[in-house]
Ligand binder design. Structure first.
Ligand code: GRF
Length: 204
């Protein structure tokens, strides 16, 4: 009988922080995917700048630690607010940060601390339509397709290197709302998959 091969140590999943400001449907998709066996990441903490964010209760119900760092008491002092976020991320041993509907522009200070380790999803096919109202702009331009982009966060808003994109058709009867719903469904598939690839790369 051949000798039993030694058990290979499976590397631990990469601890991820998900930053939200609202309902966090991408946060939900990322959490759901983390439950799959062998997922290369785990959600170590969900952080919100809004105490009323619906995604907090869902995450807590799923047994995920949550942190609220309300920006309002900081009265516009972004640096101070971000230092507090940074402290919470480090306290949870985070190695990778994902923005999932986090509605504040980050300062270069926090972005640089997480250079190459902070991801965002944007609801357009970047470099088209950075910023707001992406779906209405795509329809107004007469585009045949829209989509979403996962990218590395850099100091420029929606400018970092693209990791992956998903495309959806724009239908003649589409409104910004119907298109947004189609794009969001694509986001929920794209973001966990892109995150898993980045986490798997970090482990090797
Ligand atoms: C998504 O469309 C995402 O692309 C954008 O903000 C929205 C967040 O949605 N950055 P949710 O909070 O994940 O539901």
């Amino acid at each position: 009988m051949p000798p039993t091969p030694p058990l290979r140590m499976r590397p631990e999943p990469v601890p991820v922080a998900v930053l939200i400001s609202g309902g966090g449907s991408n946060r939900a998709a990322i959490l759901a995917a983390a439950r799959a066996r062998g997922c290369p990441y785990r959600v170590a903490v969900v952080v919100s700048n809004r105490p009323e964010a619906g995604g907090l209760a869902h995450a807590a119900a799923a047994g995920v630690p949550v942190e609220v760092v309300d920006h309002r008491p900081f009265a516009g002092d972004r640096a101070c607010h971000e230092r507090e976020i940074e402290a919470r991320l480090r306290a949870h041993g985070v190695e990778l940060v994902v923005l999932a509907g986090y509605m504040r522009v980050l300062t270069p200070w926090l972005v640089e601390r997480w250079a190459g380790r902070m991801l965002n999803i944007h609801p357009s096919l970047l470099p088209k339509y950075p910023g707001l109202d992406t779906h209405a702009r795509a329809i107004a331009a007469g585009d045949a397709e829209a989509g979403c982009t996962v990218h590395v966060v850099t100091a420029g808003v929606d400018e970092g290197p693209v990791l992956d994109q998903a495309r959806v058709p724009i239908l003649p009867e589409d409104t910004a709302e119907t298109l947004a719903a189609r794009v969001l469904a694509a986001e929920h598939r794209l973001y966990p998959a892109a995150l898993a690839r980045v986490a798997a790369d970090l482990r090797t």
